[in-house]
Design a protein around this ligand. Sequence first.
Ligand code: CTP
Ligand code: CA
Length: 228
Amino acid sequence: ALRTLTPQDMAGKRVMVTLGPTREAWDGVRFWSNPSSGLMGAALAVCAWLRGAEVTAICGPGVRTRMPQGIARRDVISARDMYAVAASLWAQMDVGMFTAAVADFSPKPIGGRKFKKAEAPQGFSLDFQPNPDILQSLAEKRAPGQKILAFAAETAPDMHALLPLAHAKLGRKKADLLAGNLVNCADSGFCSPTNSMAVVDANGREEIWPNQSKADVAWELCSWLLRM
Ligand code: CTP
Ligand code: CA
């Protein structure tokens, strides 16, 4: 019923969205993660679904946003889990939207026991090993016509300084469209209900958007993808 109120301009498109943080276990009770809320990804999933797409949301731990029942939800914990689910679905998708704040590295786990304070009275260091890059690896095995929306979390002095970083990351990731935001700023990025974006595409177009709700950002990004 909700979908009768929106244009069905994404009907027939199969869309996969990654969202939220990933959590990399170290011992039986501790992990490495980040404060991503999954709000931007949930906004995109809902937006694409309202516009008629068939949507799968691959959610990291702690994504609390409720999404319409018509959206298929897959819950994962670690970067490796997220990669496995995304890779298994990718061949059936028309669009991949990669909003998850995937941990680039995991601490080498010590197993399921709890590490005790007495084991390291002088402190200790952790070894980190790299995780798979979900977006980059799926971009490398894309079929013609599959579209990729990437995000980039950056720390930069201002929005204009984001543009060269966004262009560089778009090229490196082989995405069609990339939306960059500042994470060193109060009303944008992690956990914020709003986002200020620097958006660049593979045709060389670039725009800086004023701070707006993640729902509005999602709508504009879906429209941009449809135009490409
Ligand atoms: N991404 C991913 N898998 C990873 C790391 C990142 O799918 N292991 C995706 C993110 O979801 C995002 C894009 O890649 O869409 C860029 O993520 P970002 O962390 O900004 O860039 P990185 O390439 O990881 O580089 P860095 O963190 O060093 O800036
Ligand atoms: Ca990263």
